[in-house]
Design a protein around this ligand. Structure first.
Ligand code: GDP
Ligand code: MG
Length: 178
């Protein structure tokens, strides 16, 4: 039997949120360019990149990604980026418990002011630094579950789970008429 391929296209606006230094820009560079630059620059304000992936069901998903700055002085700008977003990725650093608390602040912010259908992911980055871990996988997993979020640990450095993160978000998007 031969079935004709049904190809569909989705545009997905995604925002990266989280404390400064957790690796948001590095995750994005790893996803879009396949690179890791340990001397990457601090994000000022916000920056934008896009990347298209093909899922196994032949859906092509074009990610339009806003990478925000984690510094306090830009926090008031964040709603500009997350209000229209279909997906939000909240990142913390598994070696830094303060960044996990900051991630919880962003989750509450999204629950209060984000699009009600937003797909949210909680990401514990720097998974390569296992010997410096201070936030347990189990604790973060439980927090994510109780907030209806998808949870994954990544390493922008080794690329572990970076593509999987974006694929899982794409799969979780509500598929209406397209
Ligand atoms: P942002 O402020 O959240 O955008 O963080 P950056 O992407 O600028 O990264 C902050 C610092 O963490 C940089 O020195 C990166 O080299 C480092 N970094 C980012 N991701 C990882 C990772 O997965 N593992 C390790 N070991 N370091 C990382
Ligand atoms: Mg950055």
């Amino acid at each position: 039997k031969c079935s004709s391929p049904l190809i569909s296209f989705l545009d997905l606006q995604l925002v990266l949120l989280g404390d400064s230094g957790v690796g948001k820009s590095c995750i994005l560079l790893r996803f879009v360019r396949g690179q890791f630059d340990p001397s990457s620059k601090v994000t000022v304000g916000a920056s934008f990149l896009s990347q298209t992936i093909s899922l196994q069901d032949s859906t092509n998903v074009k990610f339009e990604i806003w990478d925000t700055a984690g510094q306090e002085r830009y926090a008031s700008l964040a709603p500009l980026y997350y209000r229209g977003a279909a997906a939000a990725v909240v990142v913390y650093d598994i070696t830094n418990p303060e960044t996990f608390l900051k991630a919880q602040f962003w989750v509450k912010e999204l629950q209060k002011h984000g699009n009600p259908d937003i797909v949210m992911a909680l990401v514990g980055n720097k998974a390569d630094l296992e010997n410096e871990r201070e936030v347990s996988h189990a604790e973060a997993q439980a927090y994510a579950k109780s907030n209806g979020m998808f949870f994954i640990e990544t390493s922008a450095k080794t690329s572990e789970n970076v593509n999987q993160l974006f694929e899982e978000i794409a799969k979780r998007l509500p598929r209406g008429q397209s």
